[in-house]
Structures are given as structure tokens and as C-alpha cells.
Design a protein around this ligand. Structure first.
Ligand SMILES: Cc1ncc(COP(=O)(O)O)c(C=O)c1O
Length: 357
């Protein structure tokens, strides 16, 4: 039946999301969700909205939400774009800033949606090999043909690149857009590139409420940049769908951005649990890359990563394994609550014990 498909559909190679098991007994450490619920104020805003004017279209300009995001970042509303998850924001950005037929650069080990968008929009890409320590080989990103995109912290390595490195990449691509995908930046030991926006007309920062604001189910992502970049994204959005965010999402996310205390408290808890979990992994012979995210990327010379993933899965503990040969010795473990992580270590210890018996 493929005769009905357009050439665009035929060339796509869709992204495969991490497994979502509905079983409540599963310890789910595989998709970098926040283990805590969202701000009660966000939940209340969603409930009140649902009881209100749902027969009306939502605001196409999302002014309140953009205002709240701008406030948190010390920017103006004109610096903010919002979309249905950062995945959608990224899709618009690929279409808006990278040309068909010009080569885009991103790291070889990175978020696996980038090649998907590249194929969809016919943008050739170069996946730049990593340094031996899995940091980004900065100079390889200078003078890019179409532009540059990389996550900071990178996924799934979890490594945060200090902003002086980001600035060198920006300075060496003055006529190309550099997208810094900051899905995890709130867990990093360093600032967001949003602090550089006034200085760089070629910088687009993409963030999400799915991780640090615990709203993966609401689907709210955002981009920060100078107004000419934001305008390009708005033009893309309004050529697809003026209402990418429903009113529940708009009001819920606005309340989440205003509830700074709740955000801070939960962010710190995740960071503390991460530091503890890294120590526990080290005690068991794992080497863990320095993490600026709500997950860790770890390896153990005596344990086969794929087997570990499978044995944990048998016990209803989900972590992530990637078969890419560059990283097939590693597993990615999302940081859960302290209780979830203690349960994870009990299962891990059982498995290590069984292996040694
Ligand atoms: C690096 C990176 N960017 C973007 C996203 C997409 O986030 P969302 O679409 O939930 O905002 C993810 C999700 O895991 C990610 O890891």
C-alpha cells in the first residue's frame, strides 16, 4: 500500500520513544521523567481550567505562559516561543533554520530525534565523533554549513559543557543558528545558555517542562532567543497549527513556572539523590560519567550492559540500554526518588550476588 505514501513519508525513520509500562509495580528509571509530581499549583490550575471555558479556543499567542517563562529567565516575552513539548519546538526549529541540502552538525552520541528530523526535512547531517571521554569535540562544530545542534547537558552522556565552550561554538558560526537543547540544564552545575541571548543573534536555547518541572504528560516545551528567531518559529507554528498548546497546558505550565519554591525543592532533591546514587554505583565497581542531568550514564567492566538491562527488566526495573556500538557498554539510569533508587540497588545487589554464586 506504500504507493499511497508521499516521498516524505517514505524517507522518514521515526523516533522510537522509551517504553511506557502501565504496571504500577514497575520501577521506571528509563525515560528521564521527574519522580515527583508537578507543583500542586500547576495541578490546581489545570483542574480549574477544565472546569472553566473549555468550549473556547486557547490563546494562540500564549502570552501569560511566555511572560512567566521570560520572568524566570530574566528575558522579555518577545524572547520566548512555546510549543507542544520541546520535540515539537525542535521540529519547527529544524524547519525554520536549517536548509535542505546543507549539512547540519550534531554530536555522534546524542538525542536520537535529531537524525529523525534531519531525514524528515531533507537536511544532510554530520554526526561528529566524541572525544574519548565522551565530551563534545568543540572545534569540530566550528564553521558548520547549515548550523549546529547539541544538547547541554548532552543525552545520554549527561555531560554539561561550560558556557565558554558554547560561546566558542557560537562565535565560530556567526552566520548559522546554533541550537542548544537544554532539556536537562536545571540539574547541571552551571548556568543556562539563556544568559547569553542578548549577546548572540544566532543562539536558540530549547528547554522543556518535562523534566525539572515534572510535566512530561502536559507536553510543554519552549525556545528562547532574540526576536528574529522567535518570529521564525511563530511563522512555522502558524503555518501548521495556531493552537499547539491547549488551555490546560497553557495554564498548568504558567502556574508551574510561577511556583519557584516547589521547583527549587524538587530539583535539589533529584540532584542530592543523584550524588548519592553515583557513590553507591562507584562502591559496586561502576564508572559513571560526571552528570549534570536527572540521569546517570554508567558502565562496569565486569557486567554486560545489555544483560544488566534485561535482568533488571525481568524484575520490573526499567533502565535504558542503547545498542549503538559507541555506548553499548553503558546503561542510562534515570534518577528516581530515594526509595526507588534504594529498591534499584537491592535488585542490583541481588543480581551481582547471583552472578558471583
Ligand atoms: C535532549 C532532549 N531534548 C528534548 C527532549 C524532548 O522533551 P519533550 O518533548 O518532552 O519536551 C528530550 C526528551 O527526553 C531530550 O532528552
Amino acid at each position: 500500500m506504500n504507493k499511497f505514501w508521499s516521498s516524505v513519508v517514505k524517507r522518514t525513520d521515526p523516533y522510537v520513544p522509551g517504553e511506557q509500562m502501565n504496571d504500577p509495580n514497575v520501577i521506571k528509571l528509563n525515560t528521564n521523567e521527574n519522580p515527583y509530581p508537578p507543583s500542586p499549583k500547576a495541578v490546581e490550575a489545570i483542574v480549574q481550567t477544565a472546569k472553566g471555558d473549555m468550549q473556547k479556543y486557547p490563546s494562540p499567542t500564549a502570552d501569560d505562559l511566555r511572560e512567566a517563562i521570560a520572568h524566570v529567565n530574566g528575558l522579555g516575552k518577545e524572547n520566548v516561543f512555546v510549543g507542544n513539548g520541546s520535540d515539537e519546538v525542535l521540529a519547527f526549529a529544524f524547519y525554520a533554520f536549517f536548509e535542505e541540502g546543507r549539512t547540519l552538525k550534531f554530536p555522534e552520541v546524542t538525542y536520537s530525534f535529531y537524525p529523525v528530523y534531519s531525514k524528515l526535512f531533507n537536511i544532510p547531517f554530520k554526526a561528529v565523533p566524541m572525544n574519548d571521554d565522551f565530551t563534545i569535540d568543540e572545534e569540530q562544530f566550528y564553521d558548520a554549513d547549515a548550523g549546529v545542534i547539541f544538547p547541554n547537558p548532552n543525552a545520554p552522556t549527561s555531560i554539561y559543557m561550560p558556557l565558554d565552550g558554547v560561546e566558542r561554538i557560537l562565535n565560530n558560526n556567526p552566520d548559522r543558528v546554533v541550537i542548544v537543547d537544554e532539556a536537562y540544564v536545571d540539574f547541571a552545575d552551571g548556568p543556562s545558555a539563556a544568559t547569553l541571548i542578548d549577546k548572540y543573534p544566532n543562539l536558540l536555547v530549547v528547554q522543556t517542562t518535562s523534566k525539572s518541572r515534572a510535566l512530561a504528560g502536559l507536553r510543554v516545551g519552549l525556545a528562547l532567543g532574540q526576536p528574529h528567531l522567535i518570529e521564525a518559529l511563530v511563522r512555522m507554528k502558524d503555518s501548521f497549527n495556531s493552537y499547539t498548546l491547549d488551555q490546560l497546558a497553557l495554564n498548568g505550565a504558567t502556574a508551574a513556572f510561577r511556583d519557584v519554591d516547589y521547583f527549587e525543592e524538587k530539583r535539589q532533591l533529584v540532584i542530592e539523590t543523584r550524588e548519592w546514587a553515583v557513590e553507591e554505583l562507584t562502591k559496586r565497581g561502576f564508572t559513571t560519567l560526571s552528570s549534570g542531568a536527572n540521569f546517570v550514564f554508567t558502565t562496569n567492566p565486569n557486567i554486560d550492559a545489555e544483560a544488566l538491562y534485561n535482568r533488571l527488566r525481568d524484575r520490573k526495573v526499567l533502565i535504558r540500554y542503547f545498542s549503538d556500538p559507541n555506548i553499548s557498554e553503558y546503561v542510562r539510569i534515570t534518577i528516581g526518588t530515594r526509595e526507588q533508587m534504594e529498591a534499584f540497588f537491592r535488585h542490583l545487589d541481588d543480581l551481582l550476588q547471583l552472578k558471583n554464586d
